[in-house]
Design a protein around this ligand. Sequence first.
Ligand SMILES: O=P(O)(O)O[C@@H]1C[C@H](O)[C@@H](CO)O1
Ligand code: HPA
Length: 328
Amino acid sequence: MPEEIIPGYFNGNVVNSKVAGNSSPIPPRTPSPTTSTSLDIYTYETIIEIANFLLQRTSIRPKIGIICGSGLGHLAENLTEADSFPYEEIPNFPVSTVAGHAGRMVFGYLNGIEVMCMQGRFHYYEGYALSTCSMPVRVMKFCGCTHLIATNAAGGLNSSYNVGDIMIVKDHINIMGFAGNSPLQGPNDHRFGPRFPPMNKAYDPELIEIAQNISKEMGMENDTHTGVYICLGGPSYETVAELKMWSILGVDAVGMSTVHEVITARHCDLKVFAFSLITNKCITEYETEEEANHEEVITTGSKRQNVLTNFVTRMVENINSLIINDSM
Ligand SMILES: O=P(O)(O)O[C@@H]1C[C@H](O)[C@@H](CO)O1
Ligand code: HPA
């Protein structure tokens, strides 16, 4: 018999992780890039334990979770009354190994609105399973979040995109999933979500429209696009031939994250908004001295931090209004 979700479970309250009829102990785990496998599964009970660990140490009860991309960690620095948890101090949590990812879960207020924020994410190329990379999204859900804002740094493949532009993600191509690599690979625990979740509305159309309006209000309509993102395995940047191929297939921006987080979020019914900061232009010609590099990615994030903070703050305000309206 399938077990029931505890009533009121997903409301950010601290709950007992012992689910009726399931008293299996939580195996201690210390995930590290070198020990992860493609089926590195965090159980329902472990996710509850992690969420409870956090909720017991903060009074913030967020409805909105934010993931900061490479060089975009400053978003978390704008939180007030912040409670910050280094990943290495959270039981069973992986650690960030990439420059530009501080490696902290930060709870706090963004312009008076409660949020939780991953200041640094996990990538497949770090050696973590995709399910491990996106595990914190489930933790957000169990901390009470109903909405996810995923941000990333990406290479602009669409030739009309410039460095520093924002691309609102309207869709993705899950190329890693084409090869069978999914964060949902393995046995499905229906308490997280269904075996076969749909993805045709992965990026919430209402939130896309709100973001487009915010961009106009900020006078950024010429620097804002709405396009298709692809997550590649990395860590090597793309060859010219690869980029030409993705361009033909309708990709606008190229990165190494986000897609598995969004799939996990939709699986557990979080509403998703995602955007890319275009940190570099993809190099699609052979005759050039330029080369993609991570320093440029971080530098662009830093240069655009005020604009991005303003953009995300306005998104959070709008999402919060939707949440309040929905609850009335
Ligand atoms: O975490 P994100 O997706 O923002 O980081 C991008 C992808 C790689 O991790 C890195 C390459 O420069 O930036
Ligand atoms: O050009 C890129 N390619 C892949 N990932 C990236 N993340 C930032 N820029 C890029």
